[in-house]
Design a protein around this ligand. Sequence first.
Ligand code: MF3
Ligand code: CO
Length: 254
Amino acid sequence: MNLIKNKPQIIAMQEGGKILRSILKKLKAMIKPGLMTMDLELEFLRLCEEHKVIPSCKNYQTHGLPPFPTGLCISINDQAVHCYPDKGQYLKEGDSIAVDTVISYKGMHVDSAFTCVAGSADSETERFIEVTQMASSAGIKQAIAGNHVGDISYAIQTIMQLAGFNVLRDFVGHGIGLSMHESPDIPCYGKKGQGLKLQSGMTLAIETLACQGEPDIDYPGPDAWQTKMADGKKFAIFEHTVLVTEKEPIILTK
Ligand code: MF3
Ligand code: CO
């Protein structure tokens, strides 16, 4: 698989990234106590139609799992990656909510996620989400040609752990483009200078997968998609699709 994207592919991802950013902005504005998470899903699917983009997660199949049922992944509090929005699920004051999704435009995927709070939360939750966003920015800053994947991983892990939090081990960021998940894996833990050397033209979905407590994951659902933090503490994610260049990384979904 060619990890270096050509000009038309990059332009498609730039356009798709802009659309995804505008969709996520609209979804974020809906978040408040009392919201049913399925209403975010319905609005997301409507916005995909309006913008003529494909919700890539819906019916996505991998690892022999059943097709992913929704276009959005939504996690509340201790729910972790790949949880579904639900008709019976309502946000309460102080809940944290992570929204993660992928769209495809002109055959190219872009992936982005954010975490926020419904209403206002306790100061420790607010700090956790802020630190996760800072770690995400620091990781993205390392996505420069000549650096290694490990430079991204190290930046993310260091910031989360210095602040007293942790990173998931069981899930990772990834290359993205013609497929939702391409090489390389981009863990949230690692050492400077290790892993694949980055080249100009690579497109990476850099995911900061963070936890307030221990990184162990449980699979509580009827299938192996939905996950939660085993210790019941909070999960947060920030994710952007980024184009590697010789200088500054270009965040396609920001
Ligand atoms: N950012 C998530 C990931 O890369 C998006 C998941 S979409 C799903 O895993 F279809 F796999 F759920
Ligand atoms: Co992703």
